[in-house]
Write a protein that binds this ligand. Structure first.
Ligand SMILES: [Zn+2]
Length: 74
């Protein structure tokens, strides 16, 4: 299992944050506010804006899928 270069802990996954646009159904409920539905639909994502962080220490380790893949296979 690869070890995080920041905290030294073994990790079996990374946390991937991706910049994307999501679609929500917009309505107004009885209290006059829109209900924020948890279900959403990703309609567009930016393949360039990606961050891969350590699940143990939250350090940003990589910004490309290729680097993250190489790390996970190490
Ligand atoms: Zn770490």
């Amino acid at each position: 299992m690869p070890k995080c270069p920041q905290c030294g802990k073994e990790v079996n996954c990374l946390r991937n944050f991706a910049l994307c646009w999501s679609e929500h159904k917009f309505t107004v409920s009885d209290d006059g506010l829109p209900p924020y539905a948890p279900s959403d639909n990703i309609v567009m994502s930016d393949p360039v804006e990606n961050e891969y962080t350590c699940p143990e220490c939250d350090a940003t380790l990589f910004k490309s899928e290729a680097e993250a893949l190489a790390f996970m296979k190490s």
